[in-house]
Design a protein around this ligand. Structure first.
Ligand SMILES: C[S@@+](CC[C@H](N)C(=O)[O-])C[C@H]1O[C@@H](n2cnc3c(N)ncnc32)[C@H](O)[C@@H]1O
Length: 244
């Protein structure tokens, strides 16, 4: 009779928490999203698997998913709602928790490693770094929608530190232009990582003025700020040393 709102982490199955793995093993039903690594589903051998992955542009209402969770919770002891990254970081896990609470049902949130931090890290970029960035802001690239207030990009440009943009690929040119108007240098370093921590991860480094024309596809996380110039990947260091 409990729904576990579980973070699946950014992609690499080894970045799943032990608690998430245990719950998947016990689950009778797993309701999962588009961005989870399908390999994780093999950890739930007893479970009925329900794909509610929302394809961008094709609406699969959140209300329907909420209703499904409420229905499943009244029929099963252990329901896992498996969401990419962390369920409460742009994951709409909060809305699902509210729906379950309103229905008087038990739920528990199991945090996951968010792509907002893990995707940059897997491309060698720390979101904070002494002397370069003392803060980071995670922001959605969806602009001025019915989902909430528009982002104040001028204010963000003034905050300083690192700006991490998720769901920003389609709007990247507008975002870059807004930040430049807000005062960031057109030469501000930018790093974009696609499918971070997955086996097909790719990343590119550019600048704010060139971000709009950069060849980038979703799902990607965009990192804007001085740290985006760093590449602290262990393998990269080893390669560099070997060539010294
Ligand atoms: C709906 S948000 C969900 C974020 C998720 N809850 C989290 O904490 O990572 C989806 C966006 O997260 C980013 N994202 C998710 N997984 C990613 C990955 N493996 N690599 C890069 N970006 C990723 C992309 O910007 C994608 O459009």
């Amino acid at each position: 009779m409990t729904v576990y709102l579980v973070g699946a982490g950014p992609g690499d199955p080894e970045l799943l928490t032990l608690k998430a793995a245990r719950l998947l093993g016990a689950a009778e039903v797993v309701v999962y999203d588009r961005l989870i690594n399908p390999a994780l589903l093999s950890l739930a051998p007893k479970a009925e698997l329900i794909d509610v992955g929302k394809v961008p542009g094709l609406p699969l209402g959140q209300d329907l998913i909420n209703a499904l969770l409420v229905h499943l919770a009244s029929e099963h002891h252990c329901v896992v709602r498996l969401k990419g990254g962390d369920p409460f970081v742009f994951g709409r896990g909060g809305e699902e928790a509210q729906a379950l609470a309103e229905a008087g049902l038990d739920y528990e949130v199991v945090p996951g490693i968010s792509s907002a931090i893990a995707a940059p890290a897997s491309a060698g970029v720390p979101v904070t770094h002494r002397g370069l960035s003392a803060a980071f802001t995670v922001v959605t690239g969806h602009r001025g929608t019915k989902d909430g207030p528009a982002i104040d990009w001028d204010a963000l440009a003034r905050v300083g530190g690192t700006i991490v943009v998720v769901m920003g690929v389609a709007q990247r040119a507008d975002i870059a232009a807004s930040l430049i108007v807000g005062g960031l240098s057109p030469d501000t370093p930018v790093m974009v990582v696609r499918n971070g921590t997955h086996s097909d991860q790719s990343d590119l480094r550019t600048t704010l003025s060139l971000l709009g024309s950069a060849d980038v596809e979703s799902p990607a996380t965009i990192v804007i700020g001085a740290v985006a110039e760093l590449d602290l990947r262990h393998d990269r260091d080893a390669t560099d040393r070997a060539h010294r």
